[in-house]
Design a protein around this ligand. Sequence first.
Ligand code: SF4
Length: 506
Amino acid sequence: MPVLLIHPPAAKPCEPPPGLARLAGALAGAGITCRVWDAGLEGLLYLLRLPLPAQDTWTRRAVKNRQTNLAALRSPAIFDNSDRYSRTVKDISRVLASHAALHGAELTLADYSDNGLSPVCSRDLERAAEQPESNLFYHYFSLRLREMLARNMPRVIGFSINFLSQALTAWAMMGFLRREGCRSAIVLGGGLITSWLRRPGLPQLADGLADHLAAGPGEALLLRLAGCSEACADACLPDYSGFPLDEYFSPGRILPFSAAAGCYWAACSFCPEQAEGNPYRPLPIAAAGAQLRELVRLHKPRLLHLVDNALSPAFLKSMIENPPGAAWYGFARVTPELQDEGFCRQLRESGCVMLQLGLESGDDGVLAQLGKGITAAQSARALSALHRAGIGTYGYLLFGTPSETGESARRTLDFTAANSRYIDFLNLAVFNMPVNAADAASLATGAFYDGDLALYTGFEHPHGWGRSQVRRFLDREFKRHPAIAPILRRDPPFFTSNHAPFFIRP
Ligand code: SF4
């Protein structure tokens, strides 16, 4: 086995990781044997099987029902009853949290943190590597790694790290590998590593542990390290055959797919993609469509998750012309096409069940300052057209941006209430200023939180509309509005947008 690709714990266990599938496809395309290991999924399944000392009534019930709950979550019927769904998901997460508490850690279905160590502090990552046995997942990953390496020592081991919740365990796994005398070349890649590498003033990272750190697509580097001189072919089909597709926590297979890296718009001032300068690299549209149809033919997914930052209008049109053959959802910008009900109906016929829309604000002045290229009226038209066409809408709002005031935030509240019948789900975020954002240069900035790997910086809000004012407004006014509160209550706990499409009724 020349290459082992690892997706470390912990990450939401609802679908296989698309980055590893893309890498596996590129390696397979070059004739290189590779093994993928979704340790994130397996780590949680392992914890769910372990005995747990009897505790309070809720935990005892959750432990007793854990396998039944897991089976229920993998069945479509539970999505007919949102209360039962919530109870089931919270019970599963309760078991995980109880295991973690015994190790002085916190774990849910969506997050992992170690009480003593911070993933944004390089010294704490080093500590995680020095003491791998302190990691919650140690018993599981040490067994599995020993077993895999005994069978076949890979030439290259790649870690795909996309979330902070994965970093401490990735470092613990690397520390374990080096301690065991593993001489494979270790490569770190994924979204989080890319963000760190594009961050100014990056400290030494994974020194003595990793041999290579990859920003952006890692195919070319992996191919070279695996001994293949061919340039990476973008046209390679992502390879999902090595993932346990029926073991994810979802009611049917979800296949994620990326038609483009970066963003075709790339103009929003608050956006990390923009701040990091990630280039827009779309697959040729015909190739993306052909790959989607082939993946559907091979794996028969219940749902395709298009993970692009924003699906381009040209790509959406291609989905109408050549539907992929399975239901799908993803992020899109509010464009003239989406304000046209006829177009939205065609999208629905192509299989689109839900679109995620970065609405951000209901105030035109704020939207202009953010560089969104949309107005509140256009957003309202798109929400209405999508709703009438039978496509679910998942809206994203952003509060506390430098140009927002209390008055403009209240305009967002009015906008949301006025369009509430067209909004199925809502995500509310308080603005975090990326360390390398252009806006940061003109504002008084300070530490956002401790850690030399922090991706955000604190800033003094120019209108006094700081995080505490924003939070108070959200808690006391926005979330309590009678038209908005029911939308927020609908949000699937932990899995949020990943499971939201299963609740959409055409
Ligand atoms: S559309 Fe989305 S991904 Fe693109 S620049 Fe704006 S916020 Fe970023």
